[in-house]
Write a protein that binds this ligand. Sequence first.
Ligand SMILES: CC(C)(COP(=O)(O)OP(=O)(O)OC[C@H]1O[C@@H](n2cnc3c(N)ncnc32)[C@H](O)[C@@H]1O)[C@@H](O)C(=O)NCCC(=O)NCCS
Ligand SMILES: Nc1ncnc2c1ncn2[C@@H]1O[C@H](COP(=O)(O)OP(=O)(O)OP(=O)(O)O)[C@@H](O)[C@H]1O
Length: 242
Amino acid sequence: MLVIGLTGGIATGKSTVSKLLRARKIPVVDADVLARQVVEPGTSGLKKIVSYFGPDVLLPDGTLDRKKLGSIVFNNEEKRKKLNSIVHPAVRWAMFRKVVEYWVGSEKYCVLDVPLLIEGGVWKWVGKVVVVYCSADIQLQRLMMRDNSTVEEATSRLNSQLPIAEKVEYADIVIDNSGTPQELDAQIDAFVEKLDKEVGWIWWIGYILPFMSLFSAIWVLTSRWLRRSSQQRKKQKDIKRN
Ligand SMILES: CC(C)(COP(=O)(O)OP(=O)(O)OC[C@H]1O[C@@H](n2cnc3c(N)ncnc32)[C@H](O)[C@@H]1O)[C@@H](O)C(=O)NCCC(=O)NCCS
Ligand SMILES: Nc1ncnc2c1ncn2[C@@H]1O[C@H](COP(=O)(O)OP(=O)(O)OP(=O)(O)O)[C@@H](O)[C@H]1O
């Protein structure tokens, strides 16, 4: 199975691309969704956050006050690093389990939508890196519009990540989302077609190889055991005869 890492800058359009890929029946793992699940009430993630940031980062119903925590960590690098060190290992583990699930389900490929794919080093573990790009001006505009945020709020989030121009340097494939949603849709068609051609029947070998290794190991062990027990039976017969 080919694992594809999908990334980009904040609000360059990863979720929009993910939606288009899901519509084409391609499995997508969303790191933002997992990052929410690992800090739900009752999780060790939430307990660690409260013990470091204090109970003020909780809403009256016991859930995380994301707006408040965001305003803290996107203005303080040390605190953001601390939050990352709590959330990221749990997200990575959850992602790994999802990949295994898709592999067992004999999927040809799966896409990991990870905003911090480059910053967190996960890009080294994926087969292909896809970066969703748009110019920094468009990115800021889309971010402010989507989150209804001020220039200052949007800029502090932007500055918490590697600039999009730097992320592009890690890309095997760049999807340019500076144009219209229709133009993006056409690029996704071309991207999926290219993937299908590249993966072809090779995915099948990747899927069958581990099963063949397991089968060979069982075969070797069983035949060794059968040979030993027949030798023992022969020895016992010889002893009885003598
Ligand atoms: C600070 C939090 C509570 C703010 O929550 P909020 O609902 O406002 O934002 P949301 O989680 O939807 O993230 C929106 C986008 O912000 C950017 N972002 C989120 N966390 C970070 C971070 N630690 N560093 C840089 N950018 C980040 C990403 O581009 C993400 O797609 C939340 O983002 C969080 O828990 N972040 C730490 C976990 C993390 O790194 N998540 C990103 C994917 S693993
Ligand atoms: N081609 C486009 N034209 C106009 N608006 C777009 C286009 N692509 C995405 N958008 C809008 O831009 C905003 C950001 O897109 P999206 O949420 O997909 O970004 P993202 O990279 O997933 O962001 P995040 O890093 O916060 O998860 C959304 O409001 C989306 O509807």
